[in-house]
Design a protein around this ligand. Structure first.
Ligand SMILES: Cc1cc2nc3c(=O)[nH]c(=O)nc-3n(C[C@H](O)[C@H](O)[C@H](O)COP(=O)(O)OP(=O)(O)OC[C@H]3O[C@@H](n4cnc5c(N)ncnc54)[C@H](O)[C@@H]3O)c2cc1C
Length: 757
């Protein structure tokens, strides 16, 4: 007899009466308070004595915090499935993944017809339900980009947009009694939800047999289908009938359903808070204990709730069963609903075999140990904005640090802050801005702290305040051997040196401590120029930027020329002053460079400038192709080469950023960052690697260094471009010490000395 080994859950079944509209809501709140896992409501949309079930469930979701909510069961003939799919997913998103769906084929056909529904025979109703399940799942499959077309006998969709996907792996349970419905349940559903009151002894076992056979024929495991049961009873003196007696009698009578009929969820039908309380206090724990004891003695292993469809999407090379239990909640697999949100990065499409969304340094240690034991690629992700770093992969493991995103002030006087790698720079700017502080980071608020603060950090305040790494005072990190270390100017000094410029090669930073600056409102300018004389404009802009005081930092962007239009250059600049005269004085030389097509100058906080990202999940596709270089001066030769390159139309995004200033105040060998004398950082994005290589070969001679964060060419010559020989030699030696097995190699791999030869 089956025991599917699923964890035991308990729910309530509440009448959605509208006589006292709050009553059902209050009972749902009681259900949550006394410890039920689930609250459910019948759905009879033709019944004026009842509240509408969707509306009620939404209201209940808003007034509860942890309990799951489900219809019991939804009247599918009166609920168009495409709309039901969106409503269910929306409620799941709004409630934090607490909505479960249960469908019925339909009953009370006179009433359904009375409400405008279509009368179906019993057989038709099963077929219609089967189509409805396809529609619902089709709307939820957001990974499938083609519009949903279903040409069914009951539901026709002529091209519906997909989404939203539910927040969790939302099960679809089915209320079923007859063989045809039971076969459908086995083929397509995630749960069977009958009421014990409608069943004779032996019906459960017979139903299970039909479901299991249909499941196996469909290539599914019987344990994919949770068995639920609505039960009714009364607490009373012993021996007055089935489930009419004291709690011990309930336990005794329900136990065979759990152990022999595989019921994993018992849903108590009651509108009495006292019954709920007593069931939760005296029946549920005792039944759980009795089932656990019997499972122990039978050797039944409690299994998770991943379906066989999800299991079939697992990738070779990863021993999923070996994922430590402590990481189970952090693990997102290709078959999981949340996978589409974590598979890709901002710029890249990916298909990892496992994403471990860790929540603490301890979990990073565990995740790394697990990843190292698996013969697949490893990627480390913080904010997912890597251009050089490949923080996703194909079939490998991703350690995702997005959850380590705290931003704490640890010393007000010294302006010391501790920041997690998963924090975004716009959130950092917002928190620091509340105190009139800022930390020069980058130009885009969505970028993560982890990738940028281990590489350099060329941002809006760089000329005056240096690179982000120049503000770093210490890090905590997990090394390749799993040790958790602190590195600063006194402890693990070599590591601290390496982390500031080549951190991605040495471990996983779990926390950064920075000293930040006092920065009030600044001048923020966005200027658009007619830069049709591209070389002349670039040269002039470069000269003015170099000549300007350090309180000015400016970036310039150009795209391909467009026929019949001026070739536009967009110039952005921050002037670290809240004095309008100073701001104008700094901007005037730039404004005189060429005809101005557009201009805005505002007084803004640094936080407001950085609030330029919508956030949200990453949906990158393909591979970015970027080439980068560091430049001392914008010489006439460089400017002419840049004009030639842009004229080809192959570069869709070309950017030059001012660096220099305070960056060059730090001694060249103080950190691993490669070239501190450069006044400019240059990056170009194109669509074809070979074309970009050819174009960049023409530019290469002008460069003196390379900022790796903006480069995608993984050839080892790029490392030689990025780091002076002495730096690369020291990095290789340190790699032998800290990562001899070359575990961290996804981002411009500095091979250990011994490997490189
Ligand atoms: C739109 C955009 C704007 C940008 N603007 C700027 C800018 O203004 N200035 C600038 O300097 N850069 C900028 N960059 C580049 C950016 O700094 C790097 O791409 C950086 O790696 C992104 O960090 P992340 O955490 O978001 O990336 P992720 O993709 O999460 O990580 C990138 C790589 O960094 C490494 N890494 C990530 N987290 C850690 C960690 N905790 N410990 C060790 N290694 C880690 C890994 O090798 C990983 O592959 C920009 C990138 C984009 C896409």
């Amino acid at each position: 007899m089956p025991d599917y080994g699923l964890p035991l859950l308990f729910g309530t079944f509440i009448t959605p009466t509208n006589r006292n509209p709050q009553a059902a809501v209050d009972l749902a709140i009681v259900s949550e308070e006394v410890g039920f896992d689930l609250v459910t409501f019948q759905d009879h949309p033709y019944q004026p004595a009842f509240l509408d079930t969707w509306t009620l469930m939404t209201w209940v979701a808003a007034q509860t915090e942890s309990i799951h909510i489900a219809p019991n069961v939804l009247s599918t003939p009166l609920r168009p499935p495409a709309v039901t799919a969106r409503a269910a997913a929306s409620l799941d998103l709004l409630s934090g993944g607490r909505f479960d769906l249960a469908l019925g084929a339909g009953a009370f056909w006179d009433a359904i017809e009375g409400m405008g529904g279509r009368r179906l025979t019993a057989g038709q109703a099963v077929d219609a339900l089967s189509e409805a399940i396809d529609v619902i799942r089709g709307i939820w499959s957001v990974d499938d980009r083609a519009p949903l077309r279903i040409d069914g006998d009951y539901y026709r969709l002529a091209g519906a947009k997909r989404g939203p996907a539910p927040a969790h792996e939302m099960p679809i349970w089915v209320g079923a009694y007859k063989p045809r419905m039971l076969r459908l349940t086995g083929r397509k559903a995630d749960g069977w939800l009958p009421s014990l009151g409608y069943m004779k002894p032996g019906d459960f076992a017979a139903g299970n047999a039909i479901i299991d056979e249909a499941a196996i024929a469909a290539g599914r495991a019987p344990s994919d289908i949770r068995r639920l049961a609505n039960i009714g009873g009364q607490f009373a003196a012993a021996g007055q009938g089935f489930l009419v007696g004291p709690p011990a009698q309930w336990v005794e009578e329900l136990l065979p359903y759990a152990l022999d009929d595989g019921v994993g969820t018992f849903i108590v039908s009651t509108d009495d808070p006292g019954t709920m309380q007593r069931f939760a206090d005296e029946v549920a724990p005792a039944l759980r204990e009795a089932v656990a004891a019997e499972r122990r003695s039978r050797g039944t292993v409690e299994r998770g709730i991943r379906s066989s469809i999800a299991l079939s999407k697992r990738r070779d090379g990863i021993d999923y069963d070996a994922i430590p239990a402590s990481l189970a909640a952090a693990a997102v697999e290709p078959g999981d609903v949340g996978f589409s949100k974590v598979r890709s990065t901002y710029m890249r499409g990916g298909s990892p075999g496992l994403v471990l969304r860790v929540g603490s340094a301890e979990e990073v240690v565990e995740a790394l140990a697990f990843a190292r034991s698996q013969p697949v690629a490893l990627a480390v992700r913080s904010g997912g904005h890597g251009i050089s770093g490949r923080s996703t992969n194909d079939g490998g493991i991703v350690i995702d640090l997005a959850g380590l995103n705290s931003i704490e002030v640890i010393d007000e006087r010294a302006r010391r802050v501790r920041i997690g790698p998963g924090a975004r720079w716009m959130d950092v700017a917002a928190v620091l801005g509340e105190r009139g502080w800022a930390l020069s980071s980058g130009d885009y608020g969505g970028v993560g702290v982890g990738g940028l603060a281990t590489a350099g950090g060329i941002g809006w305040l760089v000329r005056e305040h240096g690179l982000t790494i120049d503000h770093l005072r210490s890090v905590e990190m997990v090394l390749a051997d799993g040790s958790f270390v602190h590195a600063d100017a006194e402890q693990n000094t070599d590591l601290f040196w390496a982390v500031r410029g080549a951190g991605a090669n040495f471990g996983i930073v779990t926390s950064f401590e920075f000293e930040v600056d006092d920065i009030g409102d600044v001048g923020w300018a966005q200027l658009a120029f007619d830069a049709s004389d591209t070389a002349g404009f670039l040269e002039g802009w470069g000269a003015e930027v170099e000549a300007a005081p350090r309180d000015l930092t400016s970036f310039l962007i150009m795209g391909p020329p467009r026929a019949g239009q001026p070739h536009v250059a967009q110039v952005m600049a921050v002037v670290d002053s809240d004095q309008p005269e100073t701001i104008i004085e700094r901007l005037q030389p730039l404004a005189n460079l060429a005809p101005l097509l557009d201009q805005t100058v505002q007084l803004k906080s640094y936080a407001a400038i950085m609030a330029n990202s919508q956030g949200g999940d990453h949906t990158g596709q393909g591979e970015p192709i970027a080439r980068s270089g560091l430049l001392d001066h914008i010489t006439p030769e460089f400017a002419a080469a840049a004009e030639r390159m842009l004229a080809t139309g192959e570069v869709y995004f070309f950017q030059i950023r001012a660096v220099g200033g305070a960056v060059a105040d730090v001694p060249a060998d103080a950190t691993a960052y490669g070239n501190r004398s450069a006044n400019f950082s240059v990056v170009a994005f194109g669509s074809h690697p070979q074309v970009m290589d050819r174009l960049w070969a023409d530019m290469h001679a002008h460069f003196d260094g390379l900022y790796l964060s903006f480069e995608t060419d993984q050839h080892h010559d790029r490392l030689a471009d990025a780091f002076p020989p002495a730096t690369i030699a020291r990095l290789r030696e340190l790699k032998v010490r800290f990562d001899p097995d070359n575990v961290f190699r996804d981002n411009f791999n500095i091979t250990p000395l011994q490997v490189h030869g």
